[in-house]
Design a protein around this ligand. Structure first.
Ligand SMILES: Nc1ncnc2c1ncn2[C@@H]1O[C@H](COP(=O)(O)OP(=O)(O)O)[C@@H](O)[C@H]1O
Ligand SMILES: [Mg+2]
Length: 392
């Protein structure tokens, strides 16, 4: 019997469109002999849709006509497992709810990739591919991620962090604290991706306008030293804590050393449907063996330190002036699931999907050995609410 795989994408995120591309790539890569692929598209308003029309990327050019061809659905646990059901039922008969065996979230950005979707799937008790709640949340918050990595001795650039409320109240002292880093600096929303809200500041005036811009995108902001002679090297990791392995490295290419949203997704994309796979890049990155190995090692360590699972991409930076290597960030659900890196590591996109699904099912088996409830019924034991004193 085929496994029913629900690929979840979209959602209330600034990287909504990128997720549509990544998910469509992933759905087409799945082995149709083994899996029934069931798309679950979450609109920007949070409405869930399913239907075969979601499997054709060209349909997304006209979203409203696409959604007319789809049905609004809901996932719920009926006691025997998780099913997908239509919200509007036909008056007579109609299709039965579909059992979902496993979910594959292919979402990017805040409100989805940050543990939100993962928490929802945990609550439903549905096995899912990729990082769990904690690793997803840590991976999305650049400041929390730096704290964990620094504590493990993995090199990251130090940063100054503040909330937009503080910025409006104490601009002056925040600016002077940041200036101890020395210009140029780079201002980033702590929990976004795709370079949204990010800019480099060379002086005080630019710093203030960069932060004014960033606070429109996120509550938490970080500022760090901007490396002027930068090489960016990315590496994907696949597996779990015991099996984590590194892909070849890539070097995304940009003329002015800053990878903007447009450069990542628009340049080189024919028809705009290739997502992260369309970025201009060199694979494998042209690096001395020892540097490649160090970057792969930092990437494995980062994946493990954050408790990741599935496929992730770790982005590193080399400061060409000092030869220092820093881990810049992790993408716990990387654009295009980093298939283009695994293809160059002798793993096809189809096998990558197989591995993601089997790692998820393995985690499920391991987790099912854990104890989540005690046999005694606390309410029975204490004769109801009256006699119960909680201690938590
Ligand atoms: N410390 C830095 N110095 C110089 N450039 C940087 C630095 N940090 C980030 N960048 C540039 O900004 C881009 C986006 O930053 P990043 O931290 O990767 O955020 P995002 O999550 O939006 O991808 C990077 O790809 C790189 O080009
Ligand atoms: Mg990045």
């Amino acid at each position: 019997m085929k496994t029913n795989v629900c690929v979840i994408f979209g959602g209330r995120s600034t990287e909504h469109e990128v997720s549509i591309i990544s998910a469509n790539q992933a759905m087409h890569a799945c082995d149709k002999e083994k899996y029934n692929v069931i798309p679950l598209y979450i609109s920007k308003k949070g409405v869930m849709y399913s239907g075969d029309a979601l499997l054709d990327i060209t349909n997304y050019k006209n979203l409203s006509s696409l959604l007319e061809k789809c049905e609004k659905v809901v996932l719920y646990n009926d006691g025997n497992g998780v099913v997908m059901d239509r919200i509007k039922k036909p008056l007579f008969g109609g299709k039965k709810p579909v059992t979902i065996d496993i979910a594959v979230p292919v979402v990017h950005g805040t409100n989805v990739e940050d543990g939100s979707i993962q928490g929802w799937l945990e609550t439903l008790d549905l096995p899912y591919a990729g990082c769990d709640v904690t690793s997803s949340a840590l991976g999305m918050d650049k400041v929390a991620m730096k704290d964990v990595l620094a504590a493990r001795g993995i090199p990251v650039l130090p940063c100054k962090c503040f909330y937009n409320r503080q910025w409006f109240e104490t601009k002056k002292s925040i600016v002077s604290e940041i200036e101890t880093l020395g210009y140029p600096v780079i201002v980033k929303p702590a929990n976004l991706g795709s370079s949204i809200g990010i800019s480099v500041a060379k002086d005080k005036a630019e710093l203030i306008s960069s932060i004014d811009n960033a606070v429109a995108f996120a509550e938490k902001i970080l500022v760090e030293h901007a490396i002027t002679a930068i090489r960016e090297i990315n590496c994907s990791i696949l597996g779990d804590f015991n099996t984590a392995k590194a892909s070849v490295c890539e070097e995304p290419v940009s003329a002015d050393g800053f990878l903007s949203y447009d450069k990542k997704y628009k340049e080189g994309a024919k028809g705009g449907s290739k997502g992260m796979a369309s970025t201009k890049r060199i694979i494998p990155a042209d690096l001395p063996d020892n540097i490649t190995k160090r970057i792969q090692q930092y990437s494995v360590e980062t994946f493990k330190a954050l408790g990741c699972c599935g496929v992730a991409r770790i982005d590193c930076m080399i400061d060409k002036d000092t030869d220092e290597i820093y881990v810049n960030e992790i993408n716990t659900i990387p654009g295009s699931l980093a298939f283009y890196l695994w293809e160059k590591t002798n793993l096809s996109f189809q096998s990558l999907m197989d591995e993601l699904i089997s790692i998820a099912l393995k985690r499920r088996r391991e987790k099912s050995n854990l104890t989540f409830s005690f046999d005694t019924n606390l309410l029975e034991l204490h004769g109801g609410v009256k006699g119960t004193k909680t201690n938590n």
